[in-house]
Design a binder for this molecule. Structure first.
Ligand SMILES: [Zn+2]
Length: 271
């Protein structure tokens, strides 16, 4: 009887050791994933995420190691913004003849990529314009109102931090000149890329009224990296029905993330 008991104890300890080493292995693997993610970010997007179903926005936190269930996420509904004199105009250094390198349909959005040169300064740090892309409808809402389209101007600093300017669009009979230019390179199939190498005046992309909302949030797509400086322009740009429907046909339906909890963050507004 004593022998049987000893055998059970031995078997049990072998089983427990096996389980423990399996758990350690899993922990090691996920550690590798985290460090790889940090190393590769931001240039390698996770190909698996989508805008619908089991790989849609509600499941992004589950499908990969990322920050999508963090406490300072974007987009948000912009309400109760604090107007402050300290919120000075965005310090924009865009050229009058910026070269757009190419446009690509990456399966998540239509994205225009830039050559180095244009940048903004935020709190003494330089953020270079890397690319801009569309979401349809817009991601940030203003007092619950969702605009039909938004252009996100994504900037990155030398130490891999982000600043994004959101330009909201409202449906009108004609485009502003910038949207007309962008439209001339569409349509574009998934994974298709067109060289552009044409220049245009990036400064003409802004609305007349340059008031904006600002807060600290995240990228709105995986890996949902936090500490992103957001600048949402208050005045919407005119966008033609034609461009909106072209984008609708070539981008995933509803390529937007729903608004995230504010969790005590302050939204500031320039006046
Ligand atoms: Zn975006």
């Amino acid at each position: 009887m004593k022998e049987i008991k000893i055998s059970i104890v031995v078997l049990l300890s072998i089983f427990l050791t096996a389980c423990t080493s399996k758990n350690n292995k899993e922990a090691d693997e996920s550690q590798t994933e985290v460090s790889e993610l940090q190393k590769d970010e931001p240039s390698v997007p996770d190909k698996q995420w989508t805008y619908k179903g089991e790989t849609g926005p509600d499941h992004w936190a589950e499908i990969d190691t990322n920050y999508c269930d963090g406490k300072a996420q974007s987009p948000i509904d912009i309400i109760d913004a604090v107007v402050s004199e300290d919120i000075t105009p965005i310090d924009i250094h865009y050229n009058n003849a910026t070269k757009i390198h190419d446009v690509t349909n990456n399966g998540h959005s239509i994205q225009y990529n830039f050559s180095e040169g244009d940048y903004i300064n935020v709190e003494g740090k330089k953020y270079s314009l890397k690319q801009f892309h569309f979401h349809e409808p817009a991601e940030h809402t203003i007092k619950g109102v969702r605009y039909p389209i938004v252009l996100h101007l994504a900037h990155m600093s030398a130490d891999n931090e982000y600043a994004v300017i959101a330009l909201l669009g409202e449906e009108k009979s004609s485009n502003n000149p910038v949207f007309e230019f962008l439209n001339s390179y569409l349509p574009l199939q998934v994974d298709e890329k067109k060289e552009i190498n044409e220049s245009f005046n990036m400064n003409s992309i802004f609305p007349e009224d340059k008031s904006y909302f600002t807060y600290t949030g995240s990228l709105t797509t995986p890996p949902c990296t936090e500490n992103v400086k957001w600048f949402v322009m208050q005045q919407a740009l005119p966008v033609s029905n034609e461009l909106i429907s072209t984008l609708q046909e070539i981008m995933p339906i509803n390529n937007y993330r729903k608004t995230q909890p504010l969790n005590g963050r302050t939204i500031w507004a320039s006046n």
